[in-house]
Design a protein around this ligand. Structure first.
Ligand code: DX5
Ligand code: ZN
Length: 212
């Protein structure tokens, strides 16, 4: 069963609780952290996450678009993340990447590894036995509201083939709407992140249902 993870980046923060309450049918929330260094934008950090944690029981998937996920991941776990996912491109070696994946799991939460549109799926091969989730970016990370890059569909298929009988889930993020979401699910995506498509819709429940 496909899971929908609305990206709170596109929510109206003046009424965050009301916004979250409209997300019927979505089991997850996607929380985009940007540090103004790994990506050219700044969003929000662990302080806001701890407030979000108080108003929802949904599974919170934290997407760290930051240069130093090792340094900050404890704070996000303390603040209530259910899953911490970081970029492969933020790491300088296979060894450090594996160590961080193991560290996150050891703290009792799920881990995730993300690749940008320009990163080949081959780069994921050393980590297939170490991940709970692989996130395929279908836009350049940094901003909501960009258009979907169809190359992501091929990547999802390739990762699904590489998965074999392993249990990790495949997530896709960026430019997801009813049409691109369907292509991704057919290719093998288990979780669809959707920011503007969900939050710009007048009827959020219908928008979420159209992705399922
Ligand atoms: C982009 C973020 C996305 C973004 C998706 O850097 O990782 O999660 O919020 O937004 P949409 O669905 O509007 O492309
Ligand atoms: Zn994201």
């Amino acid at each position: 069963m496909t899971k929908i993870a609305p990206s709170v980046l596109s929510a109206d923060f003046t009424k965050l609780k009301d916004e979250i309450d409209t997300l019927e049918g979505a089991e997850w929330l996607h929380y985009d952290v940007m540090d103004g260094h790994f990506v050219p934008n700044i969003s929000f950090g662990y302080g806001i996450l701890s407030q979000l944690r108080k108003i929802t029981d949904k599974f919170i998937d934290v997407h760290l678009m930051i240069t130093d996920p090792l340094f900050y991941c404890d704070e996000f776990i303390k603040a209530g993340a259910d899953l911490v996912n970081f970029h492969l491109e933020s790491q300088d070696s296979v060894e450090h990447t594996k160590a961080l994946l193991a560290y996150i799991r050891k703290q009792g939460v799920k881990n995730g590894l993300t690749i940008k549109p320009g990163t080949d799926v081959e780069a994921l091969k050393p980590f297939l036995d170490d991940v709970d989730l692989i996130l395929v970016m279908s836009v350049e990370p940094g901003f909501g509201g960009q258009s979907f890059n169809p190359k992501a569909v091929e990547k999802i298929k390739a990762i699904k083939d590489m998965r074999g009988d392993r249990n990790f889930v495949i997530e896709v993020d960026g430019g997801i709407n009813a049409e691109t979401g369907k292509q991704c699910v057919e290719a093998g995506a288990d979780v669809l992140v959707a920011g503007s498509y969900v939050f710009k819709a007048k009827d959020r429940k219908a928008a979420i249902a159209s992705l399922l």
